[in-house]
Design a binder for this molecule. Structure first.
Ligand code: ADP
Length: 528
């Protein structure tokens, strides 16, 4: 695996782990999720997570302070006294990650990381590496530290929630800072009430009584409204637990991301009310977005590396014949410029030029020669899965660019015979071009529509956008190498896409849409 690929996977794992940790609603759950993710990320042989459920984590002489409310998780099972107190003390004192060699059966190294909330120490992640198999690398230390810092945000929210749990959820009056609130909603009257924080979170005056449906709906972000309404309708019908995330827009224009969790209070089976908590996770998501942006960047680097490699092959294949053409042309001129021109020799040189040029043309159009390095693995693969993977890999970019996706995949999952990695790059290029074309669009919802279908032995993929549309003139030249209308464009993406598609006996074309934007159509022979 290349280093970039490794980094991309690590970032994906951290982002996923961060989401799992953030979804926990108990210290126990957070500790388990943090421990599992830290072990997975670092490759450590054994580990522990210790969290203080109240106040700061402190150490007395040789143990955790007696009476300190703690949650600890160890894997494989054991007790905290098995761990190196010396390393933990160093971390508690310096509040910084430490890597140390310790004596424990065989030789081992320990990576211990603090879980900090501001200046307060909330916990520790302790990982022991069996030196013969895995090392405590700087990358592992960075990954675990990043995850620990994300965990601290979840712990802050939990601390506030914990103080409210003693009371019935709808009557609680906590002094929380507003990042978590409790609510109660009656589906029959569609009226909601909640803790003062609830009113504050949604930007309503607590004195004005229950919040009606229209007022509530007016706060929901228009882009999230259809999904939110569908989920709420569904859980009301099924009396199912609620778990949803959506954005609201406050009267100040501020956009906040809220996570709702609740269930029906079935003590009144005739008119059960939905009771639950809502958490403002805007900052958590912002941390998540940073990770996603890093991941996106890694994806882009991979794509650029791929393009560079292909461009390198083209240059290599074309350079050598060009050199030969130049020298043969020189020779032809030489034969003709003599006092008695040697027509025969000149014709030979010119014939040689023709031959070389034809050979170069064939070489360039022969994709197999260009991609010999990566074309070894040709397999039968469902076109839906390749396109699906490309959409999945682009999801962060699409979200960030406010693009809605509409997909219509052929339910018969038509199969093509290709190198899936190459075809994935083709799909990514077409999707990224579509995103680029919608960057300037602000007067309509940006939509990326993708479709697959099989048509008489041909698998057709359509990628349509409602962006600025194709540049005027011959659409064929879009596929020429170095043709670009973008200031930072390379003009290689489509030419390479065409080479890949041609190599599998397919075609690629672009056409303008009736209203806005363009559709790129790839056709490939359907596998037997
Ligand atoms: P680059 O993206 O570096 O410009 P490409 O070969 O991928 O190189 O694209 C060539 C050109 O084709 C782009 O500069 C743009 O003018 C045009 N193009 C590609 N995709 C689209 C699209 N979805 N909508 C409009 N124009 C497009």
């Amino acid at each position: 695996m290349s280093e970039t690929e490794g980094q991309r996977l690590a970032l994906q794992t951290i982002a996923k782990a961060g989401q799992i940790v953030a979804a926990q609603i108990s210290f126990d759950g957070v500790a388990t999720a943090l421990l599992n993710a830290s072990l997975e990320l670092s490759g450590a042989a054994r580990g522990a997570v210790v969290l203080a459920t109240k106040g700061d984590l402190t150490l007395s002489e040789n143990a955790f302070e007696p009476g300190l409310p703690l949650v600890s998780k160890l894997k494989p099972d054991g007790t905290l006294t098995d761990l190196s107190m010396e390393v933990m003390r160093a971390v508690v004192e310096t509040r910084a990650p430490h890597v140390r060699a310790v004596q424990s059966g065989s030789s081992a190294t320990v990576l211990c990381t603090p879980v900090m909330s501001g200046t307060a120490l909330k916990g520790l992640t302790y990982l022991e590496f069996d030196s013969s198999r895995h090392e405590a690398t700087p990358a592992a230390a960075a990954a675990v530290t990043l995850l620990a810092s994300q965990t601290a945000l979840t712990l802050d929210a939990l601390g506030e929630f914990g103080s409210q749990r003693e009371e019935p959820v709808w009557r609680s009056r906590s002094r929380s800072t507003g990042s978590i609130a409790t609510f109660r909603w009656n589906p029959a009257t569609r009226l909601a009430t909640g803790s003062p924080e609830y009113y504050e979170m949604l930007g309503f005056d607590p004195e004005s009584g229950p919040i009606d449906f229209v007022s509530m709906a007016s706060r929901v972000h228009p882009a999230d409204y259809p999904t939110a309404q569908a989920v709420v309708d569904d859980i009301v019908r099924r009396r199912a637990p609620l778990r949803i995330e959506f954005r609201i827009i406050l009267p100040s224009g501020d956009v906040r991301q809220l996570l709702w969790s609740g269930q029906f209070d079935l003590t009144n089976p005739v008119l059960p009310e939905l009771v639950g908590v809502v958490m403002d996770i805007t900052e958590l998501r912002a941390a998540d977005d940073l990770l996603r942006a890093a991941q996106e960047d890694a994806d882009r680097q991979l794509r650029l590396a791929w393009l560079g490699e292909m461009a390198g092959s083209i240059i290599h294949e074309v350079n050598q014949p060009l050199g030969a053409i130049v020298s043969s042309a020189g020779a032809a001129a030489h034969w003709l410029e003599r006092d008695r021109p040697d027509i025969e020799a000149a014709i030979k040189s010119i014939q040689r030029i023709c031959e070389i040029a034809h050979r170069a043309g064939r070489t360039v159009s022969d994709m197999r020669a260009l991609t010999s390095k990566s074309s070894t693995e040709i397999v039968d693969r469902s076109m839906n899965s390749i396109l699906g993977e490309a959409l999945q890999m682009s999801s962060a970019l699409l979200n960030r660019s406010n693009i809605r996706t509409a997909t219509a995949f052929d339910p018969n999952r038509p199969v093509v015979s290709v190198n899936p990695a190459q075809l994935l790059q083709v799909m990514l290029n077409l999707i990224h071009n579509a995103v680029d074309s919608m960057r300037e669009v602000s007067d309509r919802q940006r939509i990326l529509s993708t479709r697959t279908r099989a048509d008489d032995g041909v698998v057709v993929v359509e990628i349509a956008d409602n962006g600025v549309g194709l540049p005027s003139g011959d659409t064929g030249r879009l596929f020429d190498p170095l043709y670009t209308t973008k200031t930072a464009g390379m003009g290689l993406g489509l030419s390479i896409c065409r080479r890949v598609v041609l190599a599998y006996g397919g075609t690629i074309a672009a056409r303008p849409n009736a209203d806005f934007g363009a559709t790129f159509v790839v056709r490939l022979p359907q596998a037997e």
